[in-house]
Design a protein around this ligand. Structure first.
Ligand code: SF4
Length: 375
């Protein structure tokens, strides 16, 4: 088993662009969640050695000291975790006091992923983030002072009214800091989010497509100059600091997902989707009857669906798709559909039979991937 993912579904305030499920909470909801989470981990234990543990959300940093200790005590009691495992903790900057950062170290967390999003306070207000740029810088200092040497930050580009020069300034701020990893995503206007309606009412102006593409190109070039490898379309790392957890996910390895809305994958063909509503998730462990499992659905992927997933995940990575892993039928289909992109040097085939995006191909990867999907 490659990894464990724990979904923490709490947010103190909703960001205006976010379509993920999370809920505003109190101590009572968090206690019930921790109780259910531990019951689920106990019920679905495995004897496999775990290589990576990832707490994501939502906002894991909303859990208090006692709740985090309960989760980690259960993790270590129930699972065999490799001594050199990667433990990633997603956090909102304003939660990361020096005391909190030191507590994370005590729990064994060795990688922190901070949701910075922007170093511009006006932009942070526009997207309804609850922290300031100053709090983000303070959180980065606190993580370092506590002794965590593997720090990732998230940034967003294509924010409302953001110019290319604004984005260039954001990246200068980021690369002047002692960070080892950067995840950078273009803002999307998901239907149903407050930002989606703000755009419809003309309250925010969307960044145009050409500017957004120019931002992405600048990001790719500037990250390279700063010594960061673009090892996945939206992810950049200094040598030795790739996210091991996410890399295993892109390689199609197995993982167990716990918590409301968490997904699991057996590394072959079975996917599991936990019920995402907290109330229903918690209810399973409070019934008088013995705990059976949290509500979930199982999906068995067909060979064609597995092929599509391989295109969607592995082609995003620097290593690309290993052609040797495909059966003759799918390999010949892939080579045929890839041919126009090979001719335009948007894709290449390496000497060890890997189909990879070229640097130019990265910027049109969505178009390429949709052409390569199984018919
Ligand atoms: S903190 Fe993260 S999960 Fe919560 S609303 Fe904001 S983007 Fe969504």
């Amino acid at each position: 088993m490659a990894g464990i993912y724990i979904h923490v579904p709490f947010c103190e305030k909703r960001c205006s662009y976010c379509s993920f499920y999370s809920t505003i909470h109190g101590k009572k909801e968090r206690d019930a969640y921790v109780h259910s989470l531990i019951a689920e981990m106990q019920h679905r234990q495995t004897k496999d050695t775990i290589q990576t543990v990832y707490l994501g959300g939502g906002t894991p940093s909303q859990l208090d000291t006692e709740e985090l200790e309960q989760c980690f005590e259960a993790l270590h009691r129930i699972f065999r975790i490799a001594p050199d495992a990667e433990y990633t903790f997603e956090a909102n900057p304003d939660d990361i006091t020096l005391e909190k950062a030191r507590h994370l170290v005590q729990l064994g967390i060795n990688r922190v992923s901070l949701g910075v999003q922007s170093f511009n306070d006006t932009q942070l207000i526009t997207i309804n983030r609850r922290h300031t740029a100053q709090q983000a810088r303070a959180a980065i200092d606190n993580v370092h002072e506590a002794g965590i040497k593997n720090l990732s930050i998230d940034l967003m580009f294509g924010l409302p009214q953001q110019s290319l020069e604004d984005w260039q300034w954001e990246l200068e701020q980021a690369f002047s800091l002692d960070i080892q990893h950067l995840s950078a995503y273009a803002l999307t206007y998901e239907e149903g989010t407050p930002l989606y309606y703000d755009r419809a009412r003309g309250k925010v102006e969307e960044c145009d497509e050409d500017t957004s593409l120019a931002m992405f190109r600048f990001l790719s070039d500037r990250a390279q100059i700063a010594g960061f490898e673009q090892y996945e379309i939206a992810n950049f790392a200094k040598t030795g600091f790739r996210s091991r957890h996410n890399s295993n996910y892109w390689k199609g390895l197995s993982y167990l997902g716990f918590g409301p809305g968490a997904h699991s994958y057996d590394g072959h063909s079975i996917r599991r989707f936990n019920e995402h509503k907290l109330r229903a998730y918690n209810a399973a462990s409070t019934l008088k009857a013995p705990f059976a499992d949290v509500p979930h659905q199982i999906e068995t992927l067909t060979t064609d669906e597995r092929y599509d997933e391989m295109i969607l995940t592995r082609l995003r990575t620097r290593e690309g798709v290993n052609l040797e892993e495909l059966d003759d039928k799918r390999k010949s289909y892939l080579l045929r559909t890839a041919q126009p992109f090979l001719e335009r040097e948007l894709l290449i085939i390496t000497s060890d039979q890997r189909l990879q995006l070229t640097h130019a191909g990265i910027f049109v990867s969505d178009d390429i991937m949709s052409e390569l999907m199984w018919p």
